[in-house]
Design a protein around this ligand. Structure first.
Ligand code: PT1
Length: 278
């Protein structure tokens, strides 16, 4: 029920809210790195005040069509934000680094990050080794293709089988470099090389992933699977996102990665009040 990451621990006896802190020019007005850093730190503190117990700091956009970011740029965006947040947050709050780059992983953990959240599941050269050098928890996510092209023509013979096979292969890769299962979290990767139908088939049945017997993280906040269904722009997807995340929690997901922390917390509290009477 409790995962340990160095000096800190992650309690999974109740669902945890991972608040999203994007440090990309499209997220915070582009007044240079210092302004971007301050805005991101302030946003992170606000999300914690609203009920987030994990902050996910990302300096590379991985949404469909997004381009790669250079190492130096990603470091400049994320590391100062992690340092500032770690200095201001107490040890109950965990910091996650959303990256695929080994050097960002290393520096982020040194700056105080507790979780390495990699949408490429440590497949970049050197990433497995970099993660193994740390005591951080690791989120392994499934993606078909690469962010720039993954939505061109997603295709599966066996959606659940292929996702499970991929994740099992990545678990084995982690174990081969000495990263034990007690450090791993799994994520089916909503919106990462998946059609609307694929995404809802996954959300309808998380049992096959639960069977892998590792904690599940789910990220569907404000994604196209919500927007395309509801025909709503990004700004109007909060309710759909909270409901979808709660459906995942009801099926056993332990961590929800969301933008809209306050309404997510309300939803989880209502859900938890019913759980006590089951
Ligand atoms: C995620 C996730 C992530 N999503 C984890 N990390 C993003 N572990 C970034 C769309 O369809 O689900 N799990 N880090 C954001 N990526 C996307 C992908 C954003 C798809 C939007 C879409 O709109």
């Amino acid at each position: 029920m409790k995962l340990s990451c160095g000096a800190r621990t992650l309690d999974l006896s109740v669902p945890q809210i991972m608040g999203i802190v994007n440090v990309t020019p499209d997220s915070f007005s582009d007044g240079g790195h210092h302004h971007q850093r301050d805005a991101a730190v302030e946003h992170g503190l606000q999300l914690v005040a609203e009920g987030a117990t994990i902050l996910d700091i990302g300096g590379e956009s991985t949404r469909p069509g997004a381009a790669d970011v250079a190492l130096e740029e990603e470091l400049a965006r994320t590391i100062p934000v992690i340092q500032a947040l770690r200095a201001q947050l107490d040890d109950e709050i965990l910091i996650s680094i959303d990256t695929s780059k080994p050097e960002v992983m290393r520096q982020a953990v040194r700056a105080g990050a507790d979780i390495i959240n990699d949408v490429r599941a440590l497949r970049e050269p050197g990433a497995l080794e970099a993660a193994a050098e740390t005591e951080a928890l690791i989120c392994l996510m499934h993606m078909q293709g690469q962010p720039r092209t993954m939505q061109a023509a997603p295709h599966y013979q066996d959606l659940f089988g292929e996702i499970a096979a991929f994740l099992n292969e990545r678990i084995a890769a982690c174990e081969s470099v000495g990263i034990g299962r007690q450090r791993l979290i799994l994520d089916p990767g909503f919106g990462f090389g998946k059609t609307l139908e694929h995404n809802y088939r996954l959300l309808a049945d998380l049992a096959p992933l639960q069977k892998m017997d590792l904690p599940l993280l789910i990220g569907l906040s404000r994604k196209r699977m919500i927007g395309d269904l509801l025909e709503r722009p990004v700004a109007d997807r909060a309710v759909g996102s909270v409901v979808a995340s709660l459906l995942a929690v009801q099926q056993g997901a332990q961590i929800v990665r969301v933008h809209d922390v306050a309404p997510m917390r309300d939803a989880l509290m209502v859900w938890q009040a019913t759980q006590q009477h089951r």
